[in-house]
Design a protein around this ligand. Structure first.
Ligand code: DQA
Length: 152
């Protein structure tokens, strides 16, 4: 069975109460359960991690290959904008990483427009709330099922 890893970065443990006008009112547990339901339906196993620590995120990314994950969905949160350590960890592994954000980082403060991880990610999906994660998951499902070229 294919397995994937979802990593949520700093302050995402506060979803539900954290700036709901930006991030919505869904808790992280709810987001995870929505992702898990679709993954299970597609026959993919999914693990979830949340960390507020940069080094812990680096270690999760580093160990993902050895642990047999086929893909990582990563919301690096604030680390997105400045963590060269997270960027280098992504560049160091063979596991493809899809960068996601709940909010549209390009419509927000200028410091959020820059993602240091985008150049080493497979792609970036932002601005769709929980559906940013779901869109990343659909890409993964299609790739794992070898359907990415089957657009007829
Ligand atoms: C975020 C956007 C980041 O700029 C911010 O620091 C976050 C969350 C998002 O999901 O919209 O913590 O990654």
């Amino acid at each position: 069975m294919w397995k994937i890893l979802v990593i949520h970065g700093p302050n995402l443990n506060l979803l539900g109460t954290r700036e709901p006008e930006i991030y919505g009112s869904m808790t992280l547990d709810k987001i995870n359960s929505i992702i898990e339901k679709r993954a299970t339906e597609a026959g993919i196993s999914v693990d979830f991690q949340q960390t507020n620590y940069e080094g812990a995120m680096v270690e999760l990314i580093q160990s993902a290959g050895a642990q047999g994950y086929a893909f990582i969905i990563l919301n690096a949160a604030a680390f997105t904008h400045y963590s060269i350590a997270v960027r280098d960890a992504i560049a160091a592994i063979d596991v493809p990483v899809i960068e996601v954000h709940l909010s549209n980082i390009h419509q927000r403060e200028e410091f959020r427009h820059m993602s240091v991880i985008a150049p080493v990610a497979l792609g970036q999906i932002c601005g769709f709330g929980v559906d940013s994660y779901m869109a990343a998951l659909e890409v993964i499902i299609r790739r794992l099922k070898g359907e990415e070229d089957d657009m007829d």
